[in-house]
Write a protein that binds this ligand. Structure first.
Ligand code: GDP
Length: 216
């Protein structure tokens, strides 16, 4: 076995182990003052409404209802925090780009998220979900610009890959790579997932685990 392959296997195994530990809901923060005070490293999941964010978080952690869908009333504008085995915090950002969102709500989202991105020294990476059927939209570019500005590293996860044929998958991966080339904060590796079929979950777990405190 080549060294790189062995290295990958170790990362996948570390991811499997960490995500077999308990992941617990901490709190929902509607304003900056409510963010959890913690020294743990943090990752954040972001994406347009309906991108499949709750499904992915639930699939990763092996729970049915840890993350609620962005359509759940009341939870929509909150940043939800989860603690994964005291090794890393996971933040679930409210979905953006909802077609009927009133301007005031969009403004509030943007302010809250900008403040969050600037004010979290332990934020290691944003995992930015893109629906593989739709590709990178204008409001995805806007958040990528915000991440560039805040110098927060981000990595794209293409979701719902089970909906695409192999040739379509190759095309969207290529187009996404081209879009990312314009963003200085972009991680070069694109992850691909299907929560429905369980594809790519091990790789996302490994990516999160590479940013977490080691299991002792
Ligand atoms: P959120 O608004 O980003 O939290 O999105 P949800 O997780 O609630 O998913 C939105 C819709 O997409 C739901 O109808 C899900 O069943 C569907 N969905 C989510 N993930 C997948 C997937 O991997 N494959 C397919 N085919 N559908 C998915």
């Amino acid at each position: 076995m080549r060294d790189a392959e062995r290295h990958d296997d170790q990362e996948l195994e570390a991811g499997r182990l960490l995500f077999s530990r308990p992941c617990t809901f901490m709190l929902g923060a509607a304003q900056l003052s409510q963010l959890p005070d913690s020294d743990l490293p943090e990752v954040c999941f972001a994406g347009r409404s309906n991108v499949g964010k709750s499904s992915l978080i639930n699939a990763l952690t092996g729970t049915q209802s840890l993350a609620r869908t962005s359509n759940t009333p009341g939870r929509t504008q909150e940043l939800n925090f989860f603690n994964l085995a005291e090794r890393i915090l996971i933040c679930d950002l409210p979905g953006y780009g909802y077609a009927q969102a009133p301007k005031e709500r969009v403004k509030r989202w943007t302010m809250l998220v900008k403040d969050y991105l600037r004010g979290r020294p332990n934020l290691r990476r944003v995992l930015l979900l893109i629906d593989s059927r739709h590709g990178v939209k204008d409001n995805d570019h806007e958040i990528m610009d915000m991440l560039d500005e805040a110098a927060v590293n981000f990595q794209v996860i293409l979701t719902k890959m089970d909906k695409l044929k192999v040739s379509e998958a190759e095309t969207i991966i290529g187009k996404t790579q081209t879009a990312l080339a314009k963003h200085v904060a972009a991680h070069p590796e694109i992850l691909t997932t299907s929560s429905e079929k369980g594809l790519g979950l091990a790789e996302v777990r490994a990516a999160v685990t590479s940013l977490a405190l080691p299991l002792s």
